[in-house]
Design a protein around this ligand. Structure first.
Ligand code: ADP
Length: 157
């Protein structure tokens, strides 16, 4: 396979990773040989969970799937793709709001780099309401977010 290996980068904050993200990766594996879940480090954005914690969770969830890797990156997603020889960016779409936002980023990325395509998968209907932002609110308020989290992801108390 070598050079023609289809590698996709799935970038995000994953603060924390949810069942919605996991489903996008699982379906993405039908299209790509390898998916790199890429935790973007944005110095402007304060996250609830540390980089290490988010990385540990993702590595644990996909430990039996060697086609799924998890890495941390800073800077431009397209530069990270080039570094990893990935020709695809994978993103999930929950709603038309996601679509409008993703369309602009996807088109700007393609303008800057010919050869990297963004591939969008629509979320499963039962996941289209799940957002890390709301999961964080639940956790902050002392609620139980288990239903939205992948099995085995334990929120430290
Ligand atoms: P970002 O800060 O880049 O939006 P997120 O971690 O929130 O990072 O999301 C990463 C990707 O996963 C985005 O493409 C987002 O649309 C997608 N995503 C988030 N939640 C879901 C979900 N419930 N179902 C499908 N895709 C999702």
């Amino acid at each position: 396979m070598g050079k023609n290996k289809k590698i996709a980068v799935f970038p995000g904050s994953f603060d924390p990773i949810t069942v919605g993200h996991v489903e996008i990766v699982s379906r993405g594996l039908l299209l790509f040989d390898e998916i790199i879940i890429a935790i973007g480090i944005n110095t402007e954005k304060k996250t609830m969970f540390t980089q290490q914690q988010r990385l540990d969770w993702i590595q644990k969830i996909f430990k039996k799937q060697p086609q799924v890797k998890c890495k941390v990156y800073s800077g431009m997603t397209i530069d990270f793709c080039k570094k990893e020889s990935a020709r695809f960016i994978l993103r999930g779409l929950r709603s038309s709001l996601d679509f409008e936002y993703e369309r602009i980023i996807g088109q700007m990325n393609r303008t800057m780099t010919a050869g990297i395509e963004t591939v969008f998968l629509t979320s499963a209907p039962e996941h289209s309401h799940i957002a890390s932002t709301v999961v964080r609110e639940i956790i902050r308020s002392g609620g139980d977010a288990t239903l939205f989290l992948p099995k085995g992801l334990i929120i430290p108390r």
